[in-house]
Design a protein around this ligand. Structure first.
Ligand SMILES: NC(=O)c1ccc[n+]([C@@H]2O[C@H](COP(=O)([O-])OP(=O)(O)OC[C@H]3O[C@@H](n4cnc5c(N)ncnc54)[C@H](O)[C@@H]3O)[C@@H](O)[C@H]2O)c1
Ligand SMILES: O=C(O)C(=O)C[C@]1(C(=O)O)C=C[C@@H](O)C=C1
Length: 295
């Protein structure tokens, strides 16, 4: 039988990501022998209990942390600092603190002041999700074939990185290590900007419907529909991501705005070659994502 990576895993914030991890542990051997789910919201705790996806459920983060050899924070990125501050003093020497925040530099900065020399901190980011939130939204196969990015610090002990890599590998993820700053620039273009565009285009279409008192949104079943899926995502999560990755996101938005202006110019001057070239690049990217099993 495969030996479990962790004896006791505490998951703080069993929402979409946290409950998917808990379900994975339940359904696949070799991850953790025992799980504790912690949430600030008693209604979430009650639901996790009903779903039967954790061995123990509590609202007391410190009590759970004291029993765990890995504490995985799955709370909104803006809450990571104070949740880390509440669990770290209770953790066992030699245990691992990890978190799945979608932004790395700011979250690491928020957690660093509370770190202890006898606790290994391993920041990760599973590049997997849906537009849904909460414990009912999770599923055990969420991470399969999806990238999980690790952004260890210079002094993160090797064994803690290895244990974390094995854990996510057994969740089905593909793994890649990178620096936190590089991570934030990559995610700004592939995840944060697309969400910004989706929220914005939905708002623009809605304003237009109001202004013209017309039925624009009734016909939104085609290209627009794909934007609405992304735009259905959780407001607190995305508020935190936008504010915490402000610099990289604004840089990518500026580049995008320049490229959109170039497309506008090509359309104005009927520059067919430019227009076709841009569309072909889009088609190529889609094709390569499909080949890579990422679409
Ligand atoms: N949703 C995604 O697609 C996705 C993908 C990768 C990473 N992430 C990151 O994972 C984290 C969780 O996202 P999610 O979509 O699972 O969110 P979610 O809203 O589904 O779940 C978050 C849970 O955290 C709980 N919580 C909030 N503050 C808390 C606190 N102080 N103490 C204990 N519990 C607290 C909430 O009650 C909720 O149950 C975020 O940091 C997000 O950036 C999300
Ligand atoms: O698939 C989706 O709906 C997502 O929004 C998932 C998504 C992404 O943008 O790819 C969102 C945020 C994460 O940090 C990682 C993954």
């Amino acid at each position: 039988m495969t030996e479990a990576v962790f004896e006791t895993l505490a998951v703080v914030g069993p929402g979409l990501i946290g409950s998917s991890v808990l379900r994975r542990v339940r359904e696949f051997p070799g991850l953790a022998r025992r799980t504790i789910a912690v949430d600030i919201d008693p209604a979430v705790c009650a639901r996790v209990q009903e779903l039967g996806i954790a061995d123990e459920v509590t609202t007391d983060a410190a009590e759970a942390a004291a029993q765990a050899d890995c504490v995985l924070l799955c709370v909104p990125a803006g809450a990571m600092g104070h949740v880390a501050a509440s669990v770290l003093p209770a953790m066992k020497p030699g245990a691992i603190l990890s978190e799945v925040g979608s932004v790395k530099v700011s979250v690491i900065e928020a957690i660093t002041p509370y770190l202890r020399p006898d606790i290994a901190y391993v920041p990760v980011h599973p590049m997997a999700g849906t537009e849904f939130s909460g414990p009912d939204a999770g599923f055990a196969t969420l991470f399969e074939d999806r990238w999980c990015l690790l952004t260890p610090l210079e002094d993160t002990p090797h064994e803690a990185i290895e244990a974390t890599l094995t854990f996510w590998e057994r969740c089905g993820s593909r793994l890649r290590e990178m620096t936190p700053a590089h991570h934030d620039r990559v995610c700004a273009i592939v995840s944060h900007l697309p969400h910004l565009l989706a929220f914005t285009i939905c708002g623009t279409a809605d304003d237009l419907a109001d202004e013209t008192r017309s039925e624009v949104l009734d016909f939104a079943a085609s290209g627009f529909r794909d934007f609405t899926r992304i735009a259905a995502s959780d407001p607190i999560m995305w508020r935190d991501i936008f504010l915490l990755n402000r610099k990289a996101l604004l840089e990518m938005l500026a580049r995008f705005t320049e490229d959109a202006q170039a497309m506008a110019r090509a359309i104005r001057w009927a520059d067919e070659e430019y227009i076709v070239d841009r569309i072909e690049r889009g088609r190529k990217i889609r094709k390569s994502l499909i080949q890579n099993r990422q679409a």
